[in-house]
Design a protein around this ligand. Sequence first.
Ligand code: BES
Ligand code: MN
Ligand code: ZN
Length: 499
Amino acid sequence: MEISVKVGRPQNQKSGCLLFAACAGRRHSTLLQEYDAASNGRIGQAIKRQQFTGKSGELLQLPPAEGVRGVRIVVVGLGAEKTVSGEHLRQAVGRAIDQLTLLHEESLTVVAGSFAVRNLPMEQRAEILTEGALLAAYRFDRYRTPGKTPAPVPPRRLQLLVPSAGERKAAEAGVAAAQAVSHGAMLARDLVNEPGNVKSPVWLAGQAETMARAAGIECTILGQAELEQEKMGAMLGVAQGSEREPRLIILRYQGGGANARPVALVGKGVVFDAGGISLKPAAGMEEMKMDMAGGAAVIGALQAAATMRLPCNLVGIIPAVENMPSGTAIRPGDILTAQSGKTIEVQNTDAEGRLILADALNYVRRYKPQVVIDLATLTGACIVALGHHATAVLGNDQRLVNELLKAGEASGERLWQLPLWEEYAAQIDSKVADIKNTGGREAGTITAAAFLGKFTEDLRWAHLDIAGTAWEEKGRPCYPFGGTGVGVRLLLRYLRDRG
Ligand code: BES
Ligand code: MN
Ligand code: ZN
């Protein structure tokens, strides 16, 4: 999407589509009022006629008319002024983009001044508005023959209209930040949406390398032989059922001092999760191409951090494997030895995410990270607990968890904490090994985290279970069908706020 900032008044727009915002109860912002006066009260009349109330997400549309120089007007509701949040703004723009897509509009001019809520400075406002537009206009259409499958195309141009020259700089800074972060999120979406036949661990490693080269960061890939040398027995155990070799992807961004300890980001990279010998049911299995969404978020976040030149050091680790049933696959009852030396009884081969993460979380120690954050589509139980509206967060460091919770609120990618009390760990005691890889039906998200916790003792660590938030089944404002890119915006908010 082509994005620009323009200083001017909406009355001077000659073509395209103008988007205003309006709050419930106070439906006329000053800008909207002025515009209404200049267009003979057309908008005021339409508000009355269409009973537009300004509640969140509500749309009012006026087709282009002669008197107003052929401009289409859209007014989007933000809800009651007191309750308007950044997320309301983001979704308001997303709603408008969806509508304009159906109307085949090619460009959109957002009247940024009308989105003035609770003294949100122009820089942040521009960032949120741009982010909402970019996220909403995303499509994964690489495999659709152009013209043959007539899906309406989202607007290609976005113009932010700011009231005064003094605000141009701030708006442009906001646009640049939004582009960096959103491109990271869209890269993550692209990777998640790619089908399993294309998406081997080797392919994913290649994508990480391509990103790293373009962003000017370091990328190292460990192959089968190196993983064997490293004695990563848990990860190798999962990989042995697939014809496709595993890869450990290591990304490093050095934006801070040479000796500053990095923030470590670890992402589950199961390119397809058939369940292994503990095979998943057929219904819905196609969705399991998204089981590398944690890894995709790490790749997207490193790209965004590098683009923004954040003043910190980062290390991203993605264990990439495929979980398949076969004659060489691990069996229920097998015992694996992880890199840390712990032995693991495999009770269910479908609990593979925690196996590969056990080795990745242990591997990351060599970078002496300040904190470790892992992201994983780890448990179906997380969807039972929180549905699709929150990522679960658990960890052994409440300060880190609190910082992540805050970043979740600010970014719109919300988190909800589950307890990680030691009592839960009893559920993963094994009779034949140090631990087993399942904890029974109860508290499945927590026992999975407790398993990871066995490999992060004495690290400051938080785990994000994104099973419910990595994939959008229906499509809603800012989230078209498919991968959501969850984690990228959250992590960037967290990293930027740390300074
Ligand atoms: N990748 C799945 C979890 C998942 C399920 C993610 C649905 C997204 C949507 C994970 O590998 C898995 O299969 N977990 C099992 C664990 C169980 C065997 C202890 C699960 O949740 O059923
Ligand atoms: Mn699984
Ligand atoms: Zn999985």
